[in-house]
Design a protein around this ligand. Structure first.
Ligand SMILES: Cc1cc2nc3c(=O)[nH]c(=O)nc-3n(C[C@H](O)[C@H](O)[C@H](O)COP(=O)(O)OP(=O)(O)OC[C@H]3O[C@@H](n4cnc5c(N)ncnc54)[C@H](O)[C@@H]3O)c2cc1C
Length: 427
């Protein structure tokens, strides 16, 4: 089967087979050890290997406890399926990334974060327990009290500790499916930092900025759950219908797109009650939007920078992008809170994250990514494996001090291209 990651950089030829059910998973994995593959929403190569097990057949809801909010599902259930079923009933996922087309297993294996890292941490913090099958055919229940070390290695463990078949996650009680949102234009990065500080009491916050503008003006969005219990009509998403022969996101179009997005944000600034889907998942409004980057695909740089160095580091990163004349449509900033990270390899340390997409222009883009990587390492930051296609083993080791501890729990029968490129190799 041909498999592409979300960044569509490479068309991989892989031997992909489906897990039949959670009851057969241990036998299937023992007979044919291979990496799990969820919904394929990771940008680089964390979900790619010569052999993969597709987990999307594991799509059953198992149990829900109304009192505690504990929901047990199979690991191939999509976050969007949980939201759609439970939001109208007054429950939601406590943490969700910027797309709902992600499996529960994938969300755990990358320990994803959302717009509420400062108030709720990462996805893994809300996992009560999980069932993991290993390539030796054993099945382990992992939680904070049972197989704790394996639990901590599996959260953010990039699928390398085994295949998660079932998960219990604690949902959050909400009134209904609406968010009281507020958008505020900002003129420069100093204003972004001031707004972030002033918005700590809000549950959710995130900012888009125009990285082509000298000032780095942008739109800050913050919000809380609404008390409204009105039902919602889900919108039918549009589809990006084909892959154009060249990237539609380029120097010529970026200026217009970024300026338009900013002015739209200014024109519609202020408070409004909006449905949770456009608030959490604005990019999901157009299915397959990644095709817009053309056949060569695109890279995403996502770093997290420690609070103390974030302001200086961000200026250096933007300077390097300006020097390289590289622009981006998607440039997102988010502050991350001080949390005890649940996984040995969890990405979301305290500070500020920068996520930025670049069309693949070959050598030129690779040089820029290397330069950005150097700046991140110099300032004590780390890169996000789920977005990465270029990080070096040295950068990984510098950013993830628990590498050696993690390797003790790795399943020896499982590998991935990311593991072979980045973790396995000695810097
Ligand atoms: C538009 C968009 C927005 C995004 N926004 C965010 C964001 O805001 N925050 C964030 O943190 N991430 C974000 N992401 C990244 C995305 O949330 C992660 O890459 C997520 O892990 C993808 O899940 P998946 O089901 O597609 O898994 P895949 O991409 O298929 O796999 C991801 C990893 O999980 C492992 N895995 C999958 N299933 C299992 C299983 N059952 N058992 C064990 N391991 C398994 C795989 O081996 C692989 O290592 C975004 C991605 C997109 C495309």
């Amino acid at each position: 089967m041909r498999l592409k990651s979300w960044g569509r950089l490479t068309d991989y030829s892989v031997d992909a087979r489906a897990i039949d059910s959670r009851f057969s998973a241990a036998n299937q994995l023992k007979e044919r050890p291979a990496l799990s593959h969820g919904a394929g929403r990771s940008y680089g190569d964390v979900a790619i290997s010569q052999g993969v097990w597709l987990t999307t057949n594991l799509d059953r809801f198992v149990e829900f406890d109304q009192k505690s909010g504990n929901l047990t599902v199979e690991s191939g259930v999509l976050l969007g399926q949980i939201q759609r079923l439970f939001a109208p009933r007054g429950w939601m996922l406590p943490v969700t990334p910027g797309t709902q087309f992600v499996t529960v297993g994938g969300a755990i294996a990358n320990d994803v974060h959302g717009k509420n890292h400062h108030s709720a941490g990462t996805f893994g913090e809300h996992v009560t327990n999980l069932t993991l099958v290993r390539t030796d055919g054993t099945e382990r229940i992992c939680s904070e009290t049972e197989n704790r070390q394996l639990f901590e290695a599996t959260i953010g463990g990039l699928g390398l500790t085994g295949l998660i078949t079932q998960v219990t996650i604690k949902l959050k009680k909400v009134a209904g499916p609406w968010i009281e949102a507020e958008t505020i234009p900002f003129r420069n990065l100093d204003e972004f930092f001031t707004l972030s500080k002033a918005s700590e009491a809000f549950e959710y916050s995130v900012a888009w900025f125009d990285c082509l503008s000298k000032s780095c003006h942008g739109i800050f969005t913050r919000g809380n759950h609404s008390n409204s219990t009105q039902p919602q009509k889900p919108k039918i998403p549009k589809v990006f219908p084909f892959t154009p022969p060249i990237s539609l996101i380029n120097r010529a179009t970026l200026g217009i797109l970024n300026a338009s997005y900013y002015f739209l944000g200014v024109a519609t600034k202020g408070k409004k009650t909006i449905a949770y889907e456009p608030f959490f998942y604005p990019l999901d409004g157009i299915r397959h939007w990644n095709r817009a980057y053309g056949p060569r695909g695109f890279f995403q740089h996502q770093s997290v920078l420690p609070q103390e160095t974030a302001q200086v580091a961000l200026q250096e990163l933007l300077q390097a992008m300006r020097k390289a004349k590289a622009g981006s449509l998607l440039a997102v900033l988010k502050t991350t809170g001080k949390r005890d990270l649940p996984g040995l390899l969890s990405f979301g340390m305290q500070g500020v994250t920068l996520a930025i997409d670049f069309p693949n222009q070959g050598e030129k883009t690779l040089r820029l990514l290397k330069e950005l990587e150097g700046i991140v390492v110099k300032h004590g930051g780390r890169l996000n494996p789920s977005k990465d296609a270029t990080m070096t083993p040295a950068t990984f080791e510098a950013g993830y001090p628990n590498r050696a501890k993690f390797l003790k729990h790795k399943d020896k029968g499982i590998t991935s291209l990311f593991f072979e490129r980045v973790i396995e190799r000695k810097p």
